[in-house]
Design a protein around this ligand. Structure first.
Ligand SMILES: Nc1ncnc2c1ncn2[C@@H]1O[C@H](COP(=O)(O)OP(=O)(O)OP(=O)(O)O)[C@@H](O)[C@H]1O
Ligand SMILES: [Mg+2]
Length: 300
């Protein structure tokens, strides 16, 4: 994983500067920040990616990706190692900003607002669009404080006890930890730590969850629990998941994007979006041969 795989504090909010009602509209008000709220018009797509290219220095990692992501759906990103799945995933909440050499070109619109437009606060973007990493990365704190940390910093003024309980309930972890909230998060099993990280991500009320191979370090039972959890969370959240597990993509997702590596004109191994469709279609009747070869295990 690239360095941001452990981007802990960065994903936590500081001041929700774009929150409605907090903008100073007085005579000396600074120029209003662009709103990230949904427009009044009927919702079409949650994200619209258009002509996305990502570079690491001179290396053209991802080329010309365009796709829509729908609200309240699970979208899976699949493809062989190095095809740019994590790179694309990080574009949805500006995590690539934290990689010095990374440069993102093109448009990623969220509720119609260009996330890379002028005046957009990346911290607020990451509060609304939370992330769960491949390796569970709890803070070296108690179970309780792992959940309470982000909301506290954001100045949450409700009951933290209730928020902690509710978040752990929603991540299907409450029953297992309710009697040891003061214990270190490191004392939990890997699967529990991953659910704790999901609870932590939802405690700050995001709109979208990005998950980069969230089950790759887990056994089949813990994996099943996370998959069930995703199905439950789908009622309230939109989820984009990167997975190497074909069965998982087929089981949990509504739509699937297949990426592949292609040599560009200068011989670089660049990631391209090959096919994007309903998951059933991708797994039963893909329109591109490379997709079929990949999902049937002929390469990758
Ligand atoms: N921080 C970085 N600096 C330089 N190159 C990077 C960086 N992160 C990724 N890359 C390169 O960009 C390309 C895409 O990487 P990425 O991590 O997005 O692939 P991936 O599809 O997620 O792979 P995997 O399945 O192995 O996780 C690869 O060639 C990788 O070496
Ligand atoms: Mg990856």
């Amino acid at each position: 994983m690239p360095a941001t795989g452990d981007g802990r504090a960065e994903v936590l909010p500081t001041e929700p500067s774009l929150a409605p009602g907090r903008v100073d509209t007085g005579p000396n008000a600074p120029e209003a920040a662009p709103e990230l709220e949904p427009a009044a018009a009927p919702e079409t797509n949650l994200f619209e990616v258009d002509g996305l290219n990502v570079y690491y220095g001179d290396f053209h990692a991802v080329r010309d990706v365009s796709l829509p992501i729908r609200t309240r759906e699970i979208t899976a990103l699949i493809g062989p190692s190095g095809c740019g799945k994590s790179t694309v995933l990080r574009c949805f909440n500006r995590m690539n900003d934290l990689i010095e050499t990374a440069r993102v070109v093109g448009r990623v619109a969220y509720h119609g607002v260009d996330l890379y437009g002028e005046g957009i606060d990346p911290v607020e973007v990451r509060r609304r669009i939370g992330m769960v990493f491949q390796k569970p990365n709890p803070f070296p704190k108690s179970i309780y404080d792992n959940i309470a940390f982000g909301p506290r910093i954001a100045g949450y003024d409700g009951s933290l006890d209730e928020l902690v309980e509710e978040s752990l309930e929603r991540a299907a972890l409450w029953d297992e930890v309710k009697d040891k909230l003061g214990e270190s998060a490191y004392a939990l099993s890997g699967g529990q730590q991953q659910r704790l990280c999901i609870a932590r991500a939802i405690a700050t009320s995001p709109d979208v969850l990005l998950m980069d191979e969230p089950c790759s370090a887990l056994d089949p039972i813990a994996t099943m629990r996370i998959e069930e959890l995703m199905q439950e969370l789908k009622a309230d959240y939109s989820i984009i998941i990167v997975t190497h597990n074909m069965q998982q993509a087929a089981r949990v997702s509504d739509r699937t994007a297949f990426f592949n590596v292609q040599l560009n004109e200068t011989g670089q191994r660049t990631g391209r979006l090959v096919e994007f469709d309903e998951t059933g279609q991708i797994f039963t009747n893909p329109s591109v041969q490379a997709t079929e070869d990949y999902i049937t295990g002929r390469f990758g």
